[in-house]
Design a protein around this ligand. Structure first.
Ligand code: WTA
Length: 660
């Protein structure tokens, strides 16, 4: 499809322009954008900082509460903070009923696009009708307030219905990204004690059908997940799947049979969802978000950062299975009543220009993606972007990992036509909502820096040794004041919540786990994780999790996993593996190890490279020196290796590495 506003872009012209733009440090909002922007008050941060609780109360007040709160912030049991105590609110009511009652039922919530070109326009009224009935169905299946419902679905409208239906009756959803394996779903269902799982017969993956239900059955028998009583199956691909009598039901059938139910007023601090995320150990952390504060944070930041207007068409390319999907595909956009584009498929299917085709077709105004995707688009070439009319775009967002200036500039020049502000949004599953970015109508962006804390937030860089505030320079990122959408605990593991986030700087300063640099203008430049979390294509994984999947293979004696910088994916996984005595490394073993990882975690966790070795570099006390393994993979000088029990190990490893 070539259109009137196609642009003359060639690799050479882009390269030349980026070389010029690399000289420019700041990108101030353009006049045309600033003139229409919602937030232009340069004092907004100062006003919020003068009285943060009043500021957040004002934001929360934009939502519909069934009972007003008694107290905005209760810090009496810090770090177990409570927001809007005494208030009651329902999330699905705010995302759906409120808009429909205001006469906006016919507004499209999602222009859904399937990977084979089908499309469905999902209105707010449609979503409400389905959500209210599916909530009734869940109740009939025995789900009550506080019960955990697992959701393992592809990017189809039913995933939104399932999530909202949970919120309508106060059930706690636990969504697992479709790219994770059924084995990892089983683990997350088991540890969260899920009562019901909502899944699909199969998913479409780049023109093929991947069966889901059969692998769910394989991993989620009564022994593996004793709490699981019912499995609800969405007929998505229409493939034949086994259904277990008394346990499995079809989504469309239970929905058809159920009565619509009204939204249940929920305590502001009632659990809303759990999202498992990787931490320093092999055991994923069940990050728990609650109702009133989370919705306040997600909706406020979505409105501010994306400069929302009534006629926006917003497209976030994430998957609902990650926090970005929760906050910025589902809850933020729906609470704000915007129209979104939801795409089922991969960015390169059916072709490498599909996102831009959808932007053109739907007149997308705000687009939000990850640096790794931008770098992939750069690699695929401007010829996939240039034919499309992207003149409807007004703003571009980035999330998930630091964005290198070149990718930032490419996004700005090639996609945004040098017209659209780029907001680099820093946040985490734990923060629930964006914390650091530039307000697009107000702040200048600096490519590579996320920017400034949003109004109502405070962010610090603290000295790693002394803990003092670093005004300008490097240190550990910290948030010294609670915010409404912060995680409340780790599900059923409050001790780990305290030790992970609040031991380092005390119960009032949240330890982020990232290192960062603060510049003279107060801008934050995030460097990366300081724990054993790896960020591959914006997907959060832990080294320990991958290691434990590798050692599950019977031939493996020991394994150490490290992250290596990667031009495309940000970081890539490198695994060093020693096999049980006598076993030789072979292509078969390597394939089997990869299969084990795919089965236990998901294909996304397969290492970019597996290096077989007779031994790992260890200190005399037997501790694996991961720093050296990383240096080997990044081909750096190894420096002092005299503390090793056997320094010759690293020489052998370096040779291995170079042999490729
Ligand atoms: C990293 C994703 C630099 C960071 C929303 C953080 C970023 C981790 C950015 C959280 C950004 C996220 N610039 N780094 N704009 N956004 N990160 O929980 O290391 O999947 O701690 O949340 O991603 O990953 P998570």
């Amino acid at each position: 499809m070539t259109t009137k506003n196609a642009r003359e872009l060639t690799e050479a012209s882009v390269e030349a322009r980026l070389a010029e733009l690399l000289q420019q440090e700041r990108f101030a909002p353009q006049e045309a954008f600033a003139a229409q922007a919602e937030i232009t008050d340069p004092e907004i941060r100062a006003r919020a900082a003068a009285d943060p609780t009043a500021y957040w109360a004002e934001q929360a007040g934009r939502l519909r509460w069934s009972r007003a709160w008694d107290q905005v912030l209760d810090s009496s049991e810090a770090p177990f903070y409570r927001w809007f105590s005494g208030g009651t609110i329902n999330v699905s009511d705010n995302c759906l009923d409120r808009h429909v009652e205001a006469g906006r039922g016919d507004k499209v919530a999602y222009h859904w696009h399937g990977e084979e070109g089908e499309t469905r326009d999902i209105t707010y009224a449609w979503l409400l009708e389905r959500t209210a009935r599916f909530a009734g169905a869940l109740r009939e299946l025995g789900v009550g307030k506080g019960d955990v419902v697992g959701i393992y679905l592809p990017m189809i409208p039913e995933v939104v219905v399932a999530m909202l239906a949970c919120t309508r009756i106060g059930a706690v959803h636990n969504v697992v990204f479709g790219g994770f394996s059924a084995g990892s779903v089983a683990e997350r269902m088991e540890v969260s004690g899920a009562k019901v799982l909502v899944t699909a017969d199969g998913a479409r993956r780049k023109g093929r059908t991947a069966p889901i239900k059969p692998s769910v059955d394989e991993h989620m028998g009564p022994e593996a997940v004793p709490s699981l009583q019912r499995v609800v199956v969405v007929r998505n691909t229409g493939i034949d799947v086994p259904m277990t009598d008394g346990r499995d039901v079809w989504f469309d059938e239970v929905l058809e049979a159920a009565d619509a139910v009204d939204p249940e007023p929920m305590d502001a601090e009632a659990p809303l969802f759990i999202l498992y995320s990787s931490g320093s150990t092999a055991k994923p952390k069940g990050i728990l978000h609650t109702t009133g504060g989370y919705l306040t944070g997600a909706s406020t930041t979505h409105r501010q950062v994306f400069d929302l207007h009534d006629d926006d068409v917003y497209f976030c390319s994430a998957d609902v299975g990650w926090i970005t999907g929760h906050s910025y595909i589902v809850y933020g956009p729906l609470a704000n009543g915007v129209t979104s584009v939801m795409y089922e498929g991969a960015p390169d299917y059916p072709h490498k220009g599909i996102w831009w085709e959808l932007c053109e077709r739907r007149g997308v105004t705000k687009f939000y993606t990850a640096p790794t995707a931008i770098r992939a688009c750069m690699k695929w070439g401007v010829e996939h972007v240039a034919p499309h009319d992207l003149s409807s775009l007004k703003l571009l967002g980035s999330v998930g990992e630091p964005i290198n200036p070149k990718a930032w500039l490419w996004y700005w020049h090639v996609v945004g036509g040098e017209r659209c502000p780029v907001v680099d949004t820093w946040w985490q599953t734990e923060t629930g909502a964006i914390v650091i970015t530039t307000l697009p109508g107000l702040d200048a962006a600096k490519p590579g820096s996320a920017g400034l804390p949003l109004p109502g937030y405070e962010v610090q860089v603290l000295d790693a040794e002394q803990g003092g505030v670093v005004e300008e320079g490097e240190g550990l990122l910290a948030i010294p004041r609670p915010w409404p959408s912060m995680l409340r605990t780790l599900y059923q593991d409050p001790d780990r919540y305290v030790s992970t986030y609040w031991d380092r700087f005390g119960p009032t300063t949240y330890f982020v786990g990232d290192s960062a640099r603060r510049d003279a203008d107060g801008y934050t430049w995030v460097i990366g994780r300081v724990d054993d979390v790896i960020n591959v294509s914006g997907h959060r994984l832990s080294t320990a999790e991958v290691e434990s999947a590798i050692v599950a293979h019977p031939a493996v004696a020991e394994s150490a996993v490290v992250a290596k910088a990667d031009d495309l994916t940000g970081q890539a996984i490198v695994a060093y593996v020693t096999l049980q005595g006598g076993t030789d490394a072979s292509a078969d073993v390597e394939a089997e190890i990869n299969a084990t990882i795919a089965d236990r975690i998901g294909k996304l966790a397969r290492p970019k490279r597996i290096v077989f070795t007779q031994d790992l570099p260890k200190t005399r006390s037997g501790k694996i020196m991961r720093r050296l393994l990383r240096d080997i993979a990044e081909e750096r000088d190894l420096g002092d290796t005299t503390t090793l029990a056997d320094p010759s190990v690293v020489d052998q490893l370096q040779q291995r590495w170079q042999q490729g």
